[in-house]
Design a protein around this ligand. Structure first.
Ligand SMILES: [Mn+2]
Length: 267
């Protein structure tokens, strides 16, 4: 890493899909990011720790510990930390509404920007089944939509209790590599629709390891990306505007390839 970047302070920072506990996690780059970037509120938007992977084989190097310590230290220094678990750290979904070390664990959150807009903050795996069956659900309407969401949640609770792996849309989509771009679009469209359904101004999510900031579906859609390949975070500036930060680019490191195929494999 070259030079010393100017330390930045944001109103809020959003991070997801770090996958600590896997060899893919870019913990060193993330530590470097956390060293130079601070915020009043830090949202951990799911898949921070990879519980599924850890259960199969323990992999927890010092750098992964340092990331956790660094976040807890920020909390002790006054940062508000809100953790919305994803499918890989869904063991934390048994602890919704609790907090540990100053970290609040909630299913999802509403973030209000400096200029008063409201954003739904959620990992996004909750909508896998909707993304997969979007066409049929649209045909059957709202009842089917809500039922599908509940089934998705219920099924995965059962799978978890049985010790089975999470059924992931991403793994399914991986079989259809040609449809990768289509899959990202469908996910973005579904999450945008959910923001509209909740009557907020936009959504901030993760899960598909594809950072974005646009209004292609008529509402503000923001994705935090990941720290496996793209090393991205989303920041809210003090005036309420958002920015996708690509840390590897910022640090002038050789570009980390953003391969749609392998990114999806880990989502
Ligand atoms: Mn995920």
């Amino acid at each position: 890493m070259t030079g010393t970047p100017e330390p930045k302070h944001y109103r809020a920072l959003f991070l997801s899909d770090i996958h600590l506990g896997t060899r893919g996690a870019q913990a060193d780059l993330l530590l470097d990011f956390l060293r130079y970037n601070d915020a009043e509120t830090i949202y951990l938007v799911g898949d921070i720790v990879d519980g599924w992977r850890l259960r199969r084989s323990w992999y927890w190097p010092q750098a992964h510990n340092d990331v956790v310590q660094k976040l807890l230290r920020k909390s002790r220094k006054g940062a508000r930390i809100i953790y919305t678990p994803g499918n890989h750290d869904e063991f934390l979904r048994d602890f919704l509404g609790t907090h540990f070390g100053g970290v609040n664990v909630v299913a999802d959150a509403i973030h209000t920007t400096a200029d008063g807009r409201e954003f739904l903050v959620i990992h996004g795996d909750q909508f896998d089944v909707v993304v997969r069956h979007a066409r049929w659900l649209a045909f059957f309407g709202d009842w089917a939509y809500v039922t599908a969401l509940n089934l998705n949640t219920g099924l995965n609770v059962v799978r978890r209790k049985l010790g089975l792996t999470y059924w992931s849309l991403s793994a399914w989509a991986k079989l259809k590599v040609k449809n990768a771009v289509n899959f990202i679009g469908k996910f973005e469209e579904t999450l945008s629709a959910e923001a509209r359904r909740r009557e907020v101004d936009g959504v901030i999510c993760g899960h598909i390891h594809h950072a974005a900031d646009h209004s292609d579906f008529g509402i503000h859609y923001i994705n935090t990306g990941d720290w496996v390949e793209s090393c991205t975070a989303v920041a809210e500036h003090h005036d309420g505007t958002f920015e996708v930060i690509r840390w590897a680019d910022r640090r002038k490191l050789p570009a980390v390839a953003e391969k749609i195929g392998s990114a999806r494999a880990a989502a």
